[in-house]
Design a protein. Structure first.
Length: 317
């Protein structure tokens, strides 16, 4: 752990990955300083061209903050790391002063990267590397995928004394159990030496598991000797508050976020996220019960056409 949390101006070059240039760090530092809460926490997401087009995922994501319960003020803490020129210019239009162009030499991240293609994997690992840099700069962060709708402020549901908290595709009821099925689309990470070491180790572990994405590799290392050695405290988030299409939060009175997980294809996600926003607005405008029924989400129709849902239905039926 040579890379301690240090003052911004003192960062030696060896401490930061070679993909970062000094002038980019100055820009990043300025954006983070403006966006951070008093305790140096930012909300961060990544954006590429395919997800940034008008009426696509980025707009739905921002809409959720506007219709969510107490989420609008959180937008000032939201930093968007843009993976290509088009995403960057769109971000500057709709969320100015909070856009960072996260350049990656020799890779075009603009298109819709299908799950598990080589470019998709590069994009995911670039993200882990970038988040490690935020920790080295001393910032805590909530990382959120852009296909997550924010309906309530999640901070009250997050533990102050845990290093690393992560959402689950499926939650088994025990927030300390490493056997929960994790989902890297939503994490809350405190900046300290343990998390810096952990992100370095996670990023380096991609070499031991070639062709695997960050979530898979995390599954392989989360119960390992290194995590125990550095004393990293992990917590797995309950889908009651941090739900998704894999395991929807049924409790609209408590839900914080909903993720379009267990769903492949941008169009499918967009249609079902739109439906989610409509359901939320109906919940807000209706009395808690409609004809004596508790209100809940409709099934994600477009995502349900996929193999995963069909398999699930068979196993339930």
């Amino acid at each position: 752990g040579l890379c301690r949390i240090i003052e911004f101006s003192d960062i030696p070059n060896w401490c930061l990955s070679t993909t970062h240039h000094q002038e980019d760090l100055k820009k990043l530092g300025k954006i983070l300083t403006e966006a951070a809460t008093e305790d140096k926490t930012v909300i961060i997401t990544t954006l590429n061209r395919a997800w940034s087009e008008p009426n696509s995922t980025f707009d739905l994501f921002l809409d959720s903050f506007h219709v969510g319960n107490g989420t609008k003020p959180l937008l000032r803490h939201l930093v968007v790391a843009c993976l290509d020129e088009e995403a960057y210019s769109r971000c500057l239009e709709v969320h100015p002063r909070r856009c960072y162009f996260m350049k990656t030499a020799g890779i075009d991240f603009a298109g819709d990267k299908m799950f598990m293609t080589p470019d998709y994997l590069k994009m995911m690992w670039r993200r882990i590397e970038f988040l490690g840099t935020l920790l080295k700069l001393g910032y805590n962060f909530i990382f959120t995928d852009i296909d997550i709708m924010w309906f309530r402020d999640p901070f009250p549901r997050l533990s102050k004394d845990v290093d690393f908290q992560i959402a689950c595709d499926r939650f088994n009821g025990d927030d300390n159990d490493i056997h929960n099925a994790v989902n890297g689309g939503f994490t809350f990470v405190k900046a300290n030496q343990r998390t810096i070491d952990f992100y370095n180790y996670w990023y380096m572990s991609r070499l031991r598991f070639p062709g695997r994405h960050d979530q898979d590799v995390l599954d392989n290392i989360k119960g390992g000797w290194y995590i125990a050695k550095i004393g990293l405290k992990m917590r797995f988030l309950d889908t009651k508050y941090f739900g998704g299409f894999c395991e929807p939060s049924q409790d609209l009175d408590n839900v914080c976020t909903m993720h379009a997980n267990c769903c492949v294809g941008l169009e499918n996600k967009i249609k079902d996220l739109r439906q989610l926003l409509v359901d939320w607005e109906n919940y807000l405008s209706a009395a808690k019960t409609t004809d004596g029924q508790m209100m809940t989400w409709r099934n994600p129709e477009n995502c349900m056409k996929q193999w995963w849902w069909k398999k699930k239905k068979k196993s339930i039926g």
